[in-house]
Design a protein around this ligand. Structure first.
Ligand SMILES: CC(C)[C@H](C(=O)O)[C@@H](O)C(=O)O
Ligand code: SF4
Length: 459
């Protein structure tokens, strides 16, 4: 029978069937961060369990680190110091590779893992973090786990797992200008629901996916978890291999026979299939408090529950475009890579954020992204436009306390979650592409980026 990409990776990692109908799967890489990793390592140390193969385990400080320029080694999270000091001590004791607060390779876990070549096609990679699926962009099976599963994976090199069903989401055709991978995934979730991918391993395929660069594929896979999927991934191709060549932890020579075989065979059957015409996707913006509550930027707010309308402060029938925003945020593992910053900066060049904007901030996904952006002068474009330019970390994608936006603020944000309180108490979050954030910052209100993009393309 013809195999899907998922079947191939699964079969290559299948160790045994367990009595309870699950499988034992070999785990190639574990990536930890300070918010959940210290606990896992700490418990292992307490029980006298070693990390089986420290060369396969990595950790980074990203979630609660200070992102203000000249940061020290502390955190802005009240009472959060322990996460940092304990992760540091535990990583050292376990002999794993740690990217510490002021390491030149520090950054958001799902941004640095690809940059450093930790994730590779055909591997299984887990992290106690729900957006681990980002790394599926490389044709790996990468998914988020709990911290006790992380202990199991580190101690044994395996995990017990029920086999997910398979789904293929095929994006045919080509994206219109000003429409991005973020819009592709928001469109999918808006149409099929935040639980649409539940219980499935989702392969993103089709012309419009093949056309994406690696960073775009990461944005797409990043939100597979907001679709409820176990993971999302894209079959590797020449772009993948080229991206990884020469990366610090990538092998010197690539195994063409394995890597080259990592694709779903013609005629392979999926448990479910979704087809989307990429040409019909518009720039998307969330209007509610779930990523499925998203509509084209020019659309009207639909009827939701009273609770969501109360929280978000918008009525049904209102046009989303033109809604005033207080905050513009560009960052997170969804949209903080160099191509995201380039595209946002192209719109902001020579322009200023509206005077009504109280906070505008760019937080590069890694220190490597930050250095690259500075080399290209993007930091100056952002600061001249009125954005703060930060050190890398998760920052205000996720409210860790200590730093936040003024209560009740409305944000336009390149992040992946718009849940109640996600960016701080009472904060109203609208998730969108970096282009839409840039266009909205200039307007001081939710705005369509397409006019700017067309202008840039015409120039
Ligand atoms: C803190 C961490 C465990 C959490 C996650 O699992 O995803 C965070 O990264 C998030 O995005 O909500
Ligand atoms: S950037 Fe946001 S979504 Fe990504 S890992 Fe950090 S907190 Fe989670």
């Amino acid at each position: 029978m013809q195999k899907t990409l998922f079947d191939k990776i699964w079969d290559a990692h299948h160790v045994a069937d367990t009595a309870a109908g699950a499988c034992l799967i070999a785990i190639d890489r574990v990536f930890l961060h300070e918010r959940t990793g210290a606990a896992a390592l700490g418990r292992m140390a307490k029980m006298g369990r070693d990390v089986l193969d420290p060369a396969r385990v990595f950790a980074v400080m990203d979630h609660i680190v200070d992102t203000r320029p000249g940061r020290g080694d502390g955190t802005l999270m009240k009472g959060g110091e322990g996460f940092i000091t304990e992760t540091r001590a535990a990583a050292k004791a376990a002999g794993i590779t740690l990217f510490d607060v002021n390491d030149r390779d520090q950054g958001i876990v799902h941004v640095i893992s690809p940059e450093l070549g930790v994730v590779l096609p055909g591997l299984t990679l887990v992290a106690p973090d729900s957006h681990t699926c980002t790394q599926g962009a490389f044709g790996a099976l990468a998914w988020g786990i709990g911290s006790s599963e992380a202990e199991h994976a580190m101690a044994t090199g395996t995990l017990r797992l029920e086999k997910p069903k398979t789904m293929r989401v095929t994006y045919g055709g080509a994206l219109a200008s000003g429409v991005t991978p973020k819009d592709m995934v928001l469109h999918l979730i808006a149409r099929h629901g935040a639980g649409g991918g539940a219980g499935h391993a989702v392969e993103f395929a089709g012309e419009a996916v093949r056309a994406l660069d690696m960073e775009g594929r990461m944005t797409l896979c990043n939100m597979a978890t907001e679709f409820g999927a176990m993971s999302g991934f894209v079959a590797p191709d020449a772009k993948t291999f080229e991206y990884l060549a020469g990366r610090r932890f990538a092998p010197d020579a690539f195994d063409d026979s394995y890597w080259g075989s990592l694709r779903s065979e013609e005629g392979a059957k999926f448990d479910s299939e979704i087809a989307i015409d990429a040409a019909h996707i518009a720039p998307m913006v969330s209007w509610g408090t779930s990523p499925e509550e998203a509509i084209p930027v020019t659309g009207e707010v639909p009827h939701g529950t009273d609770k969501v309308h109360d929280y978000i402060g918008l009525d049904a029938g209102q046009t989303l475009a033109g809604t005033p925003v207080d905050v513009a945020f560009i960052g997170s593992c969804t949209n903080s890579r160099i191509s995201d910053l380039r595209r946002a900066a192209a719109i902001l060049r020579g322009r200023r954020v509206a005077p009504s904007i109280k906070v505008a901030m760019v937080v590069p996904g890694s220190m490597a992204v930050k250095r690259q952006a500075e080399e290209e002068g993007l930091d100056r474009i952002f600061t001249e436009a009125g954005f703060e330019w930060r050190m890398s970390g998760c920052s205000l994608c996720f409210y860790a306390g200590g730093e936040g936006f003024p209560e009740g603020s409305r944000t336009i944000s390149s992040t992946n979650r718009n849940f109640e309180g996600r960016q701080g108490p009472g904060i109203r979050t609208h998730i969108a592409s970096p282009e839409t954030v840039a266009a909205s910052a200039i307007a001081g209100a939710i705005a369509d980026p397409r006019d700017y993009v067309r202008e840039l393309e015409a120039a």
